[in-house]
Write a protein of this length. Structure first.
Ligand SMILES: Cc1cc2nc3c(=O)[nH]c(=O)nc-3n(C[C@H](O)[C@H](O)[C@H](O)COP(=O)(O)OP(=O)(O)OC[C@H]3O[C@@H](n4cnc5c(N)ncnc54)[C@H](O)[C@@H]3O)c2cc1C
Lengths: 501, 169
């Protein structure tokens, strides 16, 4: 049973073999593997515990309960990038789309060249991937659950001869409810909330929700204890103090919060790299409007991706967003916004995901303020614009009557022949409407302690009993959805710990 | 859902005439300024008019509860800034004292500005107001989007599949 703030009536002092901070992709996975390996494990999660029955179509309410800071998180820069992170049991896996991709071999090759990591070869990693895929039930989608919006994207791409890949997703009897980003209402998506966490508990792990770690106390190159607070929900007012002692500690707070915690605690940063090297797969949204009734909310969130341009550094896909969220980036007020929304049932909402070369940074300001900055460079802006043009082409090839663009000007196109306008009007990074859901790389792994924060098993170069097992260890962006890579690395890290490493 | 047109020929209300709601995280003054923004942002057409300014103000007030202190402060400071910015525009008045048409024109001009900072400043306020609007049941009905019934149906269907699995089929 998950312990929440309601069950705690005094200061909390815990002991375990391993303390894992965060219950998302990395945290839940490593906690489960370690508990099944016979260690006593405590999991601390800052967010609340919301089981499947809690999830419904009240999107703003879901955002308030499941997203960090009500989803109002932004990386500041030339073009601000809105980002979101989960803050609940299951972390971002509770609100993610469930697309599962193994790390592309060319990325592992790059990690070997750029970070000196020689032991991450596809053959050696296969058993870890297989284990993860079995645990979270990675499978192709039942064709009966695929929506018309996905079919149209595939149709357009195939007409143009582009390479289309079928997604595998962590799902078991996914019914295509298409509410992945606000909590799966049927329990079909196998987020860590319904997969790794229950499994970890069955193996004896103790899971605490509403428990925020605020400080790492270290001495003689070892972490001695973690300190934090038990938070009231939803006000987040501190109710009780929290202190945990363990032989080993694992940080899995995600690529913003892990470096933030290290920076606040002033530990583990002899390289000066903590918080640097933030990568975030910037995304632009493009909406194709079709004469037919598409009803984009019917059917699975995303069943295919266009991988034709992966080598150029971007991919194309679709994914429905409810009107309340779509309107957050509206370029119109009043009737203008209504006109767009009245077309919602005719829309395919597509996106371009850029494998970025730009880098950002997480800083810890006084008074508990994390500052996230990121400047999209011209190269990435160019790729986002080219990706937008290609997605427009796909939509027109599938029969779209118009396409709504992520720029102030031009705002929309009505035929494929107008696509060249995108290149004529000298768009810059500042003209792009950017968002992201993939944050990576702020405690990167590597062999050189001067240039990296952890080794390839996630072990800190500075602190002998501190591991990082989340998206922050990526040395480069991976160009595809990151969850499975995070889980694979966490599983590998667990094996190393269990073998006494 | 009523269908009153926006009727620009009749005098439009200023924010002082808008419904006042008991907010927990905005002061009465801030909620009045925010109501003026919401009132200027939400659609009112012959096809659809939903009087829901107060509901939206309350919804967004609820978001302030989950914001960290610095975002809550930024939001509230932003409201005060928004109140006075129109004084320096051709509208020459405070946001909450302008007519709805003038408020809409002011916000629209900032939203469409080529200057990123201007756009970004108003975009957040406009975005969350519209989010509140498109959450309203009447509005969802109008645009033909209602997810919840399908969730209930799909939940039951999945339970059936799981039962089926359990029986060894
Ligand atoms: C909307 C959305 C859609 C996505 N879609 C996909 C997809 O389809 N496929 C895919 O592969 N990836 C997807 N992703 C990305 C993927 O979910 C994340 O990359 C992944 O979950 C990150 O794992 P993590 O362990 O680094 O962090 P998270 O999963 O975010 O977990 C971190 C956890 O740590 C907790 N935490 C943070 N700080 C503290 C603290 N101080 N004390 C205690 N707890 C703390 C947080 O509350 C959170 O629960 C999506 C993400 C989002 C947000």
């Amino acid at each position: 049973m998950i312990t929440t703030a309601k069950d705690i009536d005094r200061d909390l002092s815990l002991e375990a073999d391993v303390c894992v901070v965060g219950s998302g992709a990395g945290g839940a996975c490593i906690a489960c593997e370690l508990a099944e390996g016979g260690l006593s494990v405590v999991v601390l999660e800052e967010g609340g515990h919301f089981p499947t029955e809690h999830f419904n179509a009240d999107t703003p309410r879901m955002i308030q309960t499941l997203y960090r800071d009500g989803g109002a998180t932004v990386a500041l820069g030339r073009a601000n990038v809105a980002y979101v992170e989960g803050r609940c049991i299951g972390g971002s896996t509770t609100i993610n789309g469930g697309m599962c991709w193994r790390t592309p071999p060319k990325i592992l090759q790059r990690w070997a060249w750029e970070a000196g990591i020689q032991d991450l070869e596809p053959d050696r990693l296969r058993p870890f991937f297989e284990k993860v895929e079995e645990r979270i039930h990675v499978a192709h989608q039942d064709p009966g659950t695929i929506g018309r919006d996905d079919e149209l994207l595939v149709l357009g791409a195939r007409r143009l001869g582009y390479k289309v890949m079928e997604n595998r997703r962590n799902q078991f009897h996914c019914m295509g409810a298409n509410n992945c980003a606000f909590g799966c209402p049927t329990g079909g998506k196998q987020s860590t909330l319904v997969s790794y966490i229950p499994r970890a508990e069955r193996a004896g792990a103790r899971v605490y929700a509403n428990c925020r770690v605020e400080r790492i106390v270290a001495q003689d190159r070892r972490v001695e204890r973690l300190e934090g607070s038990v938070l009231e929900s939803p006000s987040r007012r501190p109710l009780h103090k929290l202190s945990v002692r363990a032989r080993r500690f694992v940080l899995a707070c995600g690529a913003i919060q892990t470096p933030y915690l290290l920076l606040r605690s002033r530990v583990g940063n002899s390289s000066g790299q903590v918080g640097r090297n933030l990568m975030l797969h910037p995304n632009v949204k493009v909406m194709g409007v079709f004469p037919e009734d598409v009803k984009p909310w019917d059917g699975v969130h995303q069943a295919h991706q266009v991988h034709e341009f992966l080598d150029e550094g971007f991919d194309l896909a679709m994914g429905f967003v409810p009107p309340s969220i779509l309107s957050l980036s509206s370029k119109h007020l009043g009737e203008g916004s209504l006109r767009v929304m009245e077309d919602l049932r005719h829309m395919v909402i597509g996106g371009v995901l850029v494998e970025d070369t730009s880098r950002g940074r997480v800083r810890a300001l006084p008074f508990d303020i994390p500052l996230v900055t990121y400047n999209l460079n011209n190269e990435d802006a160019r790729r986002a614009i080219r990706g937008t043009a290609l997605l427009c082409q796909v939509f027109f090839a599938a029969g779209a009557s118009r396409v709504v663009l992520p720029f102030v000007e031009p705002e929309e196109l009505t035929s494929a022949s107008e696509i060249r306008k995108l290149f004529e009007c000298r768009l810059t990074a500042g003209d792009l409407e950017l968002f992201t859901v993939h944050l990576m790389g702020t405690c990167r792994m590597g062999t050189d302690p001067r240039k990296s924060v952890v080794n390839s098993y996630g072990l800190s170069h500075d602190l002998r009993n501190l591991y990082v097992a989340d998206a922050s260890v990526f040395p480069t962006p991976i160009g595809v959805n990151p969850m499975e890579t995070i889980m694979m690395l966490a599983t590998r890290c667990a094996e190393r710990i269990l073998n006494g490493g | 859902m009523s269908s009153a047109p926006s009727a620009p020929s009749v005098p439009l209300p200023t924010a002082n005439e808008l419904p006042r709601v008991a907010t927990r995280f905005m002061t009465p003054r801030e909620s009045l300024i925010y109501a003026a923004v919401v009132d200027a942002v939400i659609p009112r057409t012959e096809r659809l008019t939903v009087e829901c300014v107060d509901r939206i103000v309350l919804l967004i007030d609820g978001f302030l509860e989950v914001f960290p202190w610095y975002l809550r402060t930024a939001f509230r400071l932003g409201l005060h800034l928004l109140e006075y910015l129109p004084l320096f525009s051709r509208h020459l008045g405070r946001m909450s004292r302008l007519s709805r048409t003038a408020r809409t024109a002011f916000l629209e001009s900032w939203l469409r500005s080529r200057w990123v900072q201007r756009r970004e400043f108003v975009k957040g306020f406009i975005g969350i107001s519209l989010m509140g609007f498109y959450t309203q049941p009447e509005v969802r009905l109008h645009i033909g989007f209602d997810h919840q019934p399908s969730f209930d149906r799909l939940r039951a269907a999945r339970m059936k599949l799981l039962d089926h699995d359990r029986q060894g089929h």
